[in-house]
Design a protein around this ligand. Structure first.
Ligand code: COA
Length: 649
């Protein structure tokens, strides 16, 4: 092991050398001063291979480990395949801004065939709004769209302040590329892989428009007419016209948006059939080139708890609610429900949740800071009326629609979601223990999984690599051997092991955010071999590799300063999606899983998590104050492994 600064020390990981490495810091700053952000480094091959074994060895059988060790050794041997591929990756990094970007985008999103809702698109859930009337809803929408236009002009004018890293290794500037894609991208479905299309400004830019979805119908709302940006009053008038048009039942067309909720290959097939007709082609073209969607949803008829609002954002509540009132390929869909259930649905491939948070927090602040300028009555307007998009639906398209609707219903029924606010304590308590709050929550999630399932599993935690040019994320493999030692030892209470687990997690975080984690590197080695048409190295056909990328626990910190939260679905059928939002005195957890998995239960996970967080607090408090022994009855309950059906073993 060695640090990026060149310091060779087998112990650096344990003592947090990298976290405090002044030489590494100043080297990074120097490179930034020298012009722009540094390029993402290619980690040393042996470091990645050693780390791969360290991350997987405690998650597989002894026999499998023996086999994997031999494969890794052969791959990494001097003059072997690993060295050859590493050389090619280094060459690639010379002539690309970011050697992993294309591989990562393809692997993480574009080649994934699963339906976007639940499986891929995260959502932001706004605080429940109190709309007293339909006009209130439209006023909110007009105000929000005004904010979107303001924000878009900040992006276009390159006037957004540069983001700087916070938390670990705070202070370095971050790549702002992702912001340019928020309102200009489109995920085009393809038969084998999708394409992330980026709109380029043309010599004569066309008027910009938003698509408003209302009662499963799509309307074009031009926001620039005769070179003038519509003000809030105009927007309100146009929205009211849209609302009236959507009320005309005879004009209602089939809910074509449902097709975008299907799996990607199916949608690609339906789309190519759809665009054979020129009316459909024109309609699709308008949607693909819009800034964003505003979905005016019908009342959901459900109690608007945090969990139910999260579900409504994730899948619209199915075909009998607002499931068809969406177009999932577009990165930003602002949902405004007549019952006050509001938020954003985000197609994930162009940017990360942190960018989504920045954008939506700007909008919420904008709406609070600049009160609506609307008078109660709608204005008479000379503006041309918004247009409804038309569709010609052949029998084949009807068949596709029926099948998409069925699949969406299954997805809706299958999602097991639990949003809960842990109020025992928040970041403040953890910081007082001199621990990283993020590492602490991650160790708590490991502890919880162990309590629920009696083992640890490959875990994904997204780590931002925006310190580098075109940086997106890498993975912090949170199920460290140190975490396993700690969760096992909780039976006998070991503060030292909690410290070691927190340190291991923090060190992995530093590794990931400085571009030295293993997942992107292994992906690069795998993909460059494919690109060079070489036989797949055994390292990547080995069971251990398949196991290691089957992320049963998929986690992400998405902190907010406004009152809202982010959530998403699990990434594998037997897994959990766990998104958390640490605040000073509480932590919001959004845990999802699938009902048809016999192994998982979101409610049980959250209940156990609350117990684990309390136990960890007790441990910290007890060790800090050297107080009385822990409450044994409480611990006994918690340490019992509970199965999904409620039985204990
Ligand atoms: N003692 C006391 N305080 C500590 C501490 C310690 N040992 N370690 C950290 N802290 C403080 C930090 O200084 C920071 O303070 P602040 O609240 O004043 O900023 C705070 O605790 C939070 O730090 P930490 O919990 O360590 O986390 P982080 O903010 O560095 O986040 C990641 C870690 C991995 C989540 C972050 O680097 C990252 O990559 N975020 C992006 C995740 C992402 O992409 N999400 C969206 C996916 S779609």
């Amino acid at each position: 092991s060695y640090c990026m600064c060149g310091t060779s020390s087998r112990q650096y990981a344990l003592h947090g050398h990298r976290a405090n490495c002044a030489r590494l810091f100043s080297a990074l700053r120097e490179r930034i001063r020298a012009g722009g952000l540094p390029k993402l480094p290619v980690p040393p091959l042996q470091q990645t291979l050693n780390m791969y074994l360290k991350c997987t060895s405690h998650l597989i059988t002894e026999e499998q480990l023996k086999k994997t060790k031999a494969i890794v050794e052969k791959f990494g041997a001097p003059g072997g395949m690993g060295e050859f591929l590493q050389k090619k990756l280094l060459e690639r990094s010379e002539h690309t801004a970011n050697w992993v970007y294309d591989y990562w985008l393809e692997d993480m999103y574009l080649s994934n065939r699963l339906a976007l809702p639940v499986n891929s698109s995260p959502v932001m859930v706004f605080p429940k709004q109190n709309f007293r009337s339909q006009s209130d809803t439209l006023r909110f929408a007009a105000h929000l769209i005004s904010g979107v236009l303001e924000y878009k002009s900040l992006i276009d004018g390159r006037a957004l302040p540069v983001d700087y890293a916070r938390g670990q290794l705070a202070g370095t500037p971050l790549c702002m590329d992702q912001y340019n894609k928020v309102f200009t991208s489109y995920r085009l479905p393809g038969p084998k892989t999708d394409t992330l299309v980026a709109q380029k400004s043309t010599v004569m830019p066309e008027p910009e428009h938003i698509i408003v979805a209302c009662k499963n119908q799509f309307f074009v709302l031009d926001v620039v007419i005769n070179f003038r940006r519509l003000n809030e009053k105009d927007l309100y008038t146009q929205l009211e016209r849209i609302r009236k048009m959507s009320d005309i039942e005879e004009e209602r067309l089939p809910p074509i948006g449902l097709l975008t909720s299907d799996d990607r290959t199916q949608w690609a097939e339906a789309r190519s059939m759809l665009i054979k007709d020129s009316t459909n082609r024109d309609s699709i073209d308008m949607i693909e080139r819009c800034l964003c969607l505003v979905c005016l949803d019908e009342p959901s008829g459900t109690e608007l708890t945090d969990t139910n609002r999260a579900l409504l954002m994730l899948h619209g509540g199915g075909t009998d609610k607002n499931g068809g009132n969406r177009w999932y390929d577009k990165p930003m869909q602002f949902v405004i429900g007549a019952d006050g259930s509001c938020g954003v649905v985000c197609e994930h491939s162009p940017f990360e949740g942190i960018v989504l948070v920045q954008c939506t927090e700007y909008l919420l602040r904008y709406m609070r800071g600049s009160p609506s300028k609307l008078v109660r009555a709608a204005s008479m307007s000379e503006l041309p009326a918004p247009r409804q998009l038309h569709w010609k639906c052949s029998a084949d398209i009807q068949t596709f629609l029926t099948s998409s609707a069925d699949k969406l219903q299954r997805l809706v029924k299958n999602l097991d979601m639990n949003v809960s606010k842990f109020t025992g304590y928040g970041k403040e308590f953890i910081k007082k223990q001199k621990m990283s709050p993020d590492a602490y929550v991650q160790v708590a999630l490991q502890f919880t999984f162990y309590r629920c399932h009696g083992c640890l599993v490959p875990t994904y935690e997204s780590a931002s690599i925006r310190r580098f040019q075109e940086g997106r994320v890498d993975n912090i493999r949170s199920s460290t051997p140190e975490a396993l030692a700690f969760v096992k030892a909780m039976d006998v209470e070991k503060m030292e092991l909690l410290w070691t687990a927190i340190k291991a997690q923090t060190n992995y975080t530093i590794l990931a955010i400085t571009g030295m984690a293993i997942d992107n590197h292994l992906l690069g080695l795998r993909e460059i071999a494919k690109e060079l048409k070489l036989e797949k190295p055994e390292l990547f056909s080995d069971t251990t590799y398949a196991t290691s990328i089957h992320f049963i626990l998929s986690t992400s910190q998405v902190p907010t300063t406004e009152e809202m939260f982010c959530c998403y679905g699990p990434v594998v059928p037997n897994g959990y999606g766990a998104c958390y939002n640490p605040q000073t005195d509480h932590i919001i957890f959004c845990v999802s899983s699938f009902c048809d998995s016999a192994e998982t239960s979101s409610d049980l996970f959250v209940k156990t998590l609350e117990g684990c967080l309390k136990e960890m607090q007790d441990l910290c408090t007890k060790c800090n104050t050297e107080a009385k022994p822990a409450d044994s009855t409480k611990r006994k309950d918690g340490t019992t492994k509970v199965m999904k059906n409620g039985s204990k073993s």
